[in-house]
Ligand binder design. Structure first.
Ligand code: SAM
Ligand code: CA
Length: 238
């Protein structure tokens, strides 16, 4: 197997000691409790050429718990793809909750939309086809949006995470949560560049930088957790 292929396959495996252990967690604790329509969306997505982009179901389950713990009502989703994390958010927030869902590509969203409609939660979703940065800036032009959100899940355009962070720190209320996905970037953060596939290097560097900055950000309580490809949970303290 070529070096790049070997590393790409590592990337899909999750970050535990073995694939078997990851399967064990999924089969024991995640899949039995995964809502049927989320399962349906996950299975539809499996056949898509970019299926690797979908949020890992174990990470999804944890995000659902966080949403409940902070009683999230208004949320922001940066990076929708076919909508796994979006659907789980829409299923979790209350009837009058709203998720602003941002993605540059509406075609991906349209793949999952029939399932979202079937779940009866489309009315909670405000989908915006846009790059995330200008959209977050647009939200900030309305003073009422400052501190107006309880939760954000960031899973797009890794090179811009820190730029999103500065905006989200104004949009999320004190006590609210921002979750960043892929903060271990396939484990590459501890590998020498020579053993990391070329396509992962730039994001590896950005991720190392982000992790350092999040750790140093005194406005936050943080926890970096080994779900999926690594997620960092940030709670705004002030
Ligand atoms: N959270 C999603 C899920 O549960 O399936 C996965 C998101 S996927 C990893 C990343 C998505 O970000 C893609 O759908 C891509 O079109 C979108 N994207 C890429 N660059 C973007 C940008 N600058 N602004 C907004 N969305 C972007
Ligand atoms: Ca991701």
């Amino acid at each position: 197997m070529a070096k790049d292929e070997a590393n790409a396959s590592d990337f899909c495996k999750g970050l535990l000691q073995s694939e078997e252990l990851y399967e064990y967690i999924l089969e024991t604790s995640v899949y039995p409790r995964e809502p049927e329509l989320l399962k349906e969306l996950r299975n539809i997505t499996l056949n898509h050429p970019k299926a690797l982009m979908a949020t890992a179901p174990d990470a999804g389950q944890f995000i659902g718990m966080l949403l409940n713990l902070v009683n999230a009502k208004n949320t922001i989703e940066v990076g929708v793809y076919t909508g796994y994390s979006l659907l789980l958010t829409a299923l979790t927030i209350p009837e009058d909750g709203k998720v602003i869902a941002i993605d540059v590509n509406r075609d991906f969203y349209d793949i999952g939309l029939p399932v979202i409609k079937k779940a009866g939660v489309e009315h909670k979703i405000d989908f915006r086809e846009s790059k995330a940065l200008p959209l977050l800036d647009e939200l900030l032009t309305n003073k009422a949006n400052e501190g107006g959100f309880d939760f954000a899940f960031v899973d797009a355009d890794k090179l811009n995470y820190w730029n999103y962070h500065e905006r989200l720190m104004r949009l999320i209320k004190v006590g609210g949560i921002i979750v960043y996905d892929n903060t271990l970037w396939g484990g590459s953060v501890v590998k020498p560049d020579s053993s990391v596939p070329e396509w992962m290097i730039q994001v590896k560097k950005a991720t190392l930088e982000l992790n350092k900055k999040l750790s140093a950000d005194e406005r936050l309580q943080i926890s970096q957790a080994v779900f999926g490809d690594g997620i960092t949970i940030c709670r705004r303290l002030y």
